[in-house]
Design a protein around this ligand. Structure first.
Ligand code: T6T
Length: 339
């Protein structure tokens, strides 16, 4: 029988769960179960168990996404289960995705760590009649997805290129420190950066490194890049760990203000480096909103309001520079570190 709940509009503002929520904050487990306005009756155990599998559970980007998802779940009366690997690694994520299918959740929200390797394990849900929503990263073949929610990653890469060019007066050598190939978000950021750099005839991209999401690897790569390329004026770190590692490498060799760093994301250590002028610009995403929309899409699907779901959403980025780092309009987007 079809549910009689009304579809919940995606435009509705971001609202914190209040008294209704008996929210469990334990990692890897159920995070809510209380009813919100327009959702299941207060006190009733939710019949919807929605699983959120992030790229990794320890990354403030995904923690902030988890918070947004948790708040929306509390409002809608959905049980949210948060689980995943503690490091970025498809061979760790795939078994978690596959094992979770045996629990028969109502919906899967997932940031796939590889745009091809995760297809099969995600498709197994679809074959079992469970909707799958990609949040942050996505697949190459999106045909199995109920929805995909991300940021404008290509535009973020372009912004990073323009920022370094401006700081370096449109000339010099630059490098990219990326995560690994096959990650939809960071691949697009790199593509946007490389394409935008072509607009500057006196600038040259001399290297692209892959750090496997390791801050310490990114740091040594930055040091090595600086040694190998005396004309280096900028590094683009395509995600949180790449950016923070790049900045630490630049700082360690005393090249702050000589090698400009454009980074992605905004966890506390990055924000400190931004304020110190080691990182010059951060492209910040809105992971809380991504999490909120993913839960909402799942809810609308499960309650028979599929027409309220937008198949593909790209959220706008926010840019922070050393000059604007303390501006509350920017600072409100800084990431959280605990659920
Ligand atoms: O930049 C985010 C996310 O968007 C990306 O897909 C993977 O890296 C982060 O989680 C930051 O570490």
């Amino acid at each position: 029988m079809r549910e009689v709940t009304k579809p919940v509009s995606r435009r509705r503002g971001f609202r914190l769960a209040t008294a209704a929520a008996a929210v469990s904050l334990m990692s890897g487990v159920l995070m809510t179960g209380a009813a919100g306005p327009g959702a299941v009756a207060s006190g009733a155990a939710s019949k919807y168990n929605v699983v959120l599998i992030p790229g990794l559970t320890t990354d403030p980007f995904y923690i902030t996404m988890g918070l947004g998802a948790k708040q929306e779940a509390a409002k809608l009366g959905v049980n949210l289960i948060w689980k995943g690997a503690t490091t970025w690694n498809k061979s760790l994520q795939i078994p978690i995705v596959s094992a979770t299918l045996a629990t028969h959740p109502s919906a899967l929200l997932i940031a796939p760590t590889d745009d091809v390797a995760l297809f099969k394990p995600m498709d197994a849900y679809v074959k079992a009649g469970i909707p799958v929503i990609a949040v942050d990263t996505t697949l190459k073949d999106t045909s199995i997805l109920t929805a995909a929610i991300s940021s404008d990653n290509y535009q973020g890469g372009e912004t990073a290129a323009d920022a370094i060019a401006r700081l370096a007066h449109d000339k010099g050598e630059v490098a990219v420190i990326n995560v690994e190939k096959g990650v939809s978000t960071t691949d697009l950021r790199q593509a946007g950066f490389l394409a935008e750099m072509k607009k500057y005839p006196n600038m040259k991209v001399v290297a692209t490194e892959y750090d496997n999401d390791s801050l310490t690897t990114a740091e040594s790569q930055a040091r090595a890049l600086i040694l190998a390329h005396p004309g280096l004026v900028g590094i683009f770190g395509t995600n949180l760990y790449s950016a923070e590692g790049a900045a630490k490498g630049v700082d360690a060799v005393g090249d702050k203000g000589k090698v400009f760093v454009a980074g992605y994301d905004a966890e506390p250590a990055e924000v400190t480096l931004l304020k110190q002028g080691v990182i010059n610009i951060l492209v910040i995403q809105n992971p809380a909103e991504e999490g909120r929309l993913a839960v909402l899409d799942a809810y609308n699907y499960l309650t028979g309001h599929k027409s309220a779901i937008q198949k593909s959403v790209l959220l706008k980025n926010v840019v922070a520079t050393t000059a604007t780092a303390n501006n509350p309009a920017v600072a409100k987007y800084y990431y959280k570190t605990s659920l």
